[in-house]
Design a protein around this ligand. Structure first.
Ligand code: PMP
Ligand code: GLU
Length: 397
């Protein structure tokens, strides 16, 4: 094997994708794995959205699009931000990308210089840290815990600021905790951001439509941080369109233009057909997402009930997304049949091999006390998986 660039050892593989791969490999060997690892809705994309993609093919939308996206989609996204989020972004401030993940990478690479500090509250989604490292930035962790519902406060943020702090990255609803920040909590955080010059915030709102509180607040809707906020969103989660790969950002014009320049060298415009389908999704009455949201809420309640029957698991009540992130430290220090469980990763490996259930370990999200369950799957699978976990853990008690 030859020598890869040193940059390749500066960041890690995506642990959510790695666990999904591992469970697919075991399934291919004929092992009946229930995967609660990857976070993606089990629903199919609504038919009326699929129809626009078919129409787009027939009408010849098969060519390169402008790098920042087709004009009609940028306009639709700008209207969506006004309609749902009370944010005024002109279409020029919108950049369409190949998934929200690319929007995040564009913005971090465009904004974060080598040595800049980026505050990342934990638990955090796996990719923020690795993308920041790839950009040469320094991740600064702001740790929270289950007792505070995994929500960082304005005071905690204030204490982490240094003259080198460039960016805060967080999601609400949050992956992996499912926590949802209230408008008051966000306003307090906005005030801290506004108090320091050259400090920006990336507000990842990809789970906007999977919110059980009925109230989603966007960071950029606060006037004092409008020109410091990069709003990330997309169609993957709310519209069950993970495979279509369409994400978008709204940002101050100079940041949007930098992201367009970045994307123009990496991937060009996103898939033309998927963009035409995304116009239909974004302009649809947001009620279309409500059925799926209701199903997730019901499953959230089911998971709380099931998991609270497992001795030692400490759980809270997530208000959004489709994850639950119990504290499982009661099982650390236990040994059985060659398995020694000292951390979240050991516990996940034990459960993968003994219960045939795939989860993602909390350390991947910066909190080794917990493991993540993605409950975006059928009730039957949820019931069966928790039954298996309970049985496997009994021998550890
Ligand atoms: N942000 C968060 C918090 C996520 O969980 C994900 C996972 N899909 C993404 C961004 C990336 O979304 P996409 O699939 O649109 O790239
Ligand atoms: N965001 C999902 C997750 O956390 C999908 C996988 C990924 O892109 O990380 O599982």
């Amino acid at each position: 094997m030859g020598k890869l660039a040193s940059r390749m050892s500066s960041f890690n593989e995506s642990q959510t994708l790695a666990m999904a791969r591992k469970s697919r490999e075991l399934q291919a060997q004929g092992i009946d794995i229930i995967s609660l690892s990857i976070g993606e809705p089990d629903f199919d994309t609504p038919n009326f959205i699929k129809e626009s993609a078919k129409k787009a093919i027939d009408e010849g939308y098969t060519k390169y699009t402008p790098v920042a996206g087709v004009a009609a989609l940028r306009k639709a996204v700008s209207e969506k931000f006004k309609r749902d989020n009370n944010i005024n972004y002109t279409p020029e401030q919108i950049v369409i990308s190949t998934g929200a993940k690319q929007s995040i990478a564009n913005a971090v690479l465009a904004l974060v210089d080598v040595g800049d500090e980026v505050i990342i509250p934990t638990p955090t989604w796996v990719s923020y840290v690795e993308i920041v490292k790839l950009a040469g930035g320094i991740p600064v962790y702001l740790n929270t815990n289950i007792e505070q519902d995994f929500k960082f406060t304005a005071d905690q943020l204030q204490k982490k600021l240094t003259p080198k702090t460039k960016l805060l990255i967080f999601s609400s609803p949050c992956n992996p905790s499912g926590s949802v920040f209230t408008a008051d909590e966000l306003q307090a955080i906005a005030n801290v951001i506004a108090s320091q010059e050259e400090l920006y915030v990336m507000s990842d709102e990809i789970y906007e439509h999977i919110n059980f509180t009925g109230q989603h607040t966007s960071m950029a809707s606060f006037a004092n941080v409008y020109d410091r906020t990069i709003t990330i969103n997309g169609v993957s989660k709310g519209f069950a369109m993970t495979g279509w790969r369409i994400g978008f950002m709204g940002a101050p014009l100079w940041i949007a233009q930098a992201c367009e320049k970045m994307q123009g060298q990496f991937t060009s415009g996103a898939c033309s057909i998927a963009q035409m389908a995304a116009i239909t999704a974004v302009l649809a009455n947001p009620d279309v997402t409500k059925e799926m949201c209701k199903a997730f809420e019901r499953r959230r309640d089911l998971m709380i009930k099931l998991l609270s029957e497992i001795p030692g698991f400490i759980i809270n009540k997530p208000q959004g997304a489709f994850y639950i992130f119990p504290n499982v430290t009661a099982y650390y220090g236990k040994k059985i049949d060659g398995f020694e469980i000292n951390n979240s990763s050991d516990l996940c490996m034990f459960l993968l091999h003994r219960a045939h259930v795939a989860l993602v370990s909390g350390d991947a999200f910066g909190d080794d006390r917990c493991v993540r369950f993605s409950y975006a799957t059928s009730d039957d699978k949820l019931i069966e998986s928790v039954k298996r976990i309970k049985e496997a853990l009994t021998i550890l008690n």
